[in-house]
Design a protein around this ligand. Structure first.
Ligand SMILES: [Ca+2]
Length: 156
């Protein structure tokens, strides 16, 4: 079920559509175990609005980890400058989770919330994000899972 969605996410991350692409390497379930190496791929589109100090962008995200768990989502990404080059970043994205051999998160719909920092290097950026996935009680079981990523972004 997730394969067409994953393919769509990959197409959406095409430079033809995206303003920037972010790749990340990290750890799924780093705090609770079993931990798994995880890969992140995201796209960001143009700023569609501002909210206080935040620039708001829409974007797509795909995560696949070592134990075969996958999540794909689409949501809102916000960043606010802390210094000339350093941004506070946060995002919220509803998504779909397909369990491999890892955590049973309770069901397919899982919401991802991120906070982190991003350092702007002109046409690229490096960052660090911590994230939490939860189904917000849609299912009987909702253990949630936390992940961390180091990220590298390229602007087009
Ligand atoms: Ca996992």
């Amino acid at each position: 079920m997730l394969r067409p969605l994953a393919l769509s996410a990959l197409l959406m991350t095409s430079p033809v559509y995206a303003q920037s692409i972010i790749v990340g390497l990290g750890s799924d379930n780093f705090d609770d175990g079993p931990e798994a190496a995880s890969f992140l791929l995201e796209s960001r589109y143009d700023v569609f609005s501002n909210l206080g100090p935040f620039e708001l962008r829409s974007g797509a995200a795909l995560e696949v980890d070592e134990d075969g768990d996958a999540w794909v989502g689409f949501g809102v990404f916000a960043n606010a400058p802390l210094t000339e080059n350093l941004d506070f970043v946060t995002s919220f994205a509803p998504g779909l989770y397909e369990r491999g051999d890892g955590e049973d998160l309770g069901g397919t719909v899982e919401f991802r919330t991120q906070v982190g920092l991003s350092y702007d290097m002109g046409k690229s950026s490096i960052g660090f994000v911590v994230e939490h996935k939860s189904n917000a009680g849609l299912y009987d079981r909702n253990p949630g899972v936390n992940s961390v990523y180091l990220t590298y972004g390229i602007d087009f």
